[in-house]
Design a binder for this molecule. Sequence first.
Ligand code: AMP
Length: 577
Amino acid sequence: MTFEDLGLRSEVLLSIKEMGFEIPTPIQEKAIPHLLTEDSDFVGLAQTGTGKTAAFGLPLLSKISGAKKLPQALIICPTRELCLQITNDINLYGKYLNVSCISVYGGVDIKKQITDVKKGTDIVVATPGRLMDLINRKVVLLHQIRYVVLDEADEMLNMGFKEDIDDILKFTPVEKNVWLFSATMPKEVASIAASYMDNPLELSIGAKNQGNENILHTYFVVYEKDRYPALKRLIDFHPEIYGLIFCRTKNETANVAQKLSRDGYNAEPLHGDLSQSMRNMVMDRFKKREVQLLVATDVAARGIDVDSISHVIHYNLPDDIENYTHRSGRTARAGKKGESLSLLTQKEVFKVKGIERQIHAEFQKGMIPNAAEICQIQLKKLVQKIKSTTIREKDIEPFLPETFEHFQGLSKEEVIKLFISAEFNRFIEYYERAGDLNAMGTGDKSSKPTRSREKGERRRDEHKTRFFMNLGKRDGLNVGGLLRTLCDATGLKSGNIGRIDIMASYSFFDTDREHVDRVLKKVNGAQFEGHQISVEVAAEAKGGAKKSMNKSRDQRGFGGRRSEKKFAPPSFNKRRR
Ligand code: AMP
């Protein structure tokens, strides 16, 4: 189905075409024809990021006239950020129409908003508290309202806006349509629908209260003392992360952001103790991707509407498990994929079942990556960065003869090793001392931690060779799929293959040493469900790669050991300022 098929006005079709919308999302396809043609109440159950704003905004613009006097439509949403986002979207959709839309929200001077409303407008987008204030001051007059949209109704009720919403609706005419959108349908939302709506059409995208299927939910079990180092490893393991890290309190948020920043990561805090202008600045920088990691409390992060967030990390689970849905819904927006990673202590693991019931999705248990796994990924990233560097021939020309002289007598391989080591040694030295951060079985905290094993997990064998593969869970790979593919490509038996670790976008597996050449030759270039496979021997945790790097440092006097405290691990996560 195309937007043309939905019956929208030509001016609206033109503007959404300019915005790059080609085909309607499922909620748009279902809701728009109904809202355009029927004068009825409506309940739309859909996750954030599914295109809800256009699902109600486009029909609204087609239905109201541009009189610019008293508002005909009122959109109520939980936060300032969402309020601004909706207003911006509606103004873009209505670019070729003579319809005006303004926003009113708390936390800023009310005078300008009073002036804006008094100039006259067709649509008001508002947060409940500020709207109530303006209604009481008789600035916002609602007696010509024909449409009320309640967006993210579950979040508004969660935030304690029930009374304000009741009061606001009482000021609106009886003859109006209420369109309610919500990610979930708890009792409180159902009761709003029952009190203020007349036989609404209910549409849900996916099953009722269903979680977003594009989110991969993973939990990691760590000791309390290792929460922060484990967080760093998760970040290091995902060098391209553009993430939101949730903490439980303002203090914890400030602390984690400060530590990350000190350790060289590009992270900023967002919490209620910061001034509104400070919060705006941080949000703007995050949206422009000048900030890579936003560390936030639940309240401050409400309504954050940023596309392309790759990971949501729960440094601590929320006290109220309902908030898990809102937190994780910040990733995997507009049909994209995303990951929600939770750090738990053993005592907290029981909470996973409750969340699974609520989000109607299963968690997988993950392992905090070990030193070799992280180093492998970091090295790959470093090599990619070097390979894609632009060579400014003219600028470097004058320095080349002397530089070449320094490297005389060394082979190409030796020079590459030196450059890689210069960047990489600090990192590898840090991880050399870091150990395993996965918590062991309950109670036994005294013995040396080992990687805990899940049911059916294959054992790690020191005498086997570990491989890195470019495909992971996201590509549909699981242990069975990996075994089948390996055995088909190489003719090996499953008994020749040892431990397998399938991560989100990569995998590791072990084979007997004598099969290394065969695996490299036969598996490289083979296919798994349409994806081309590439494998290489993984860096080893002990000896191997690290030994040779240390040797090169010792022999050639490269690098210098830093104290662990001052060490800032990943070079590419350093601030981009
Ligand atoms: P929303 O759920 O309204 O916050 O929308 C999430 C994101 O998807 C926003 O960035 C929208 O601009 C974008 N979007 C909404 N509908 C479409 C569509 N039909 N095609 C492409 N992008 C869309």
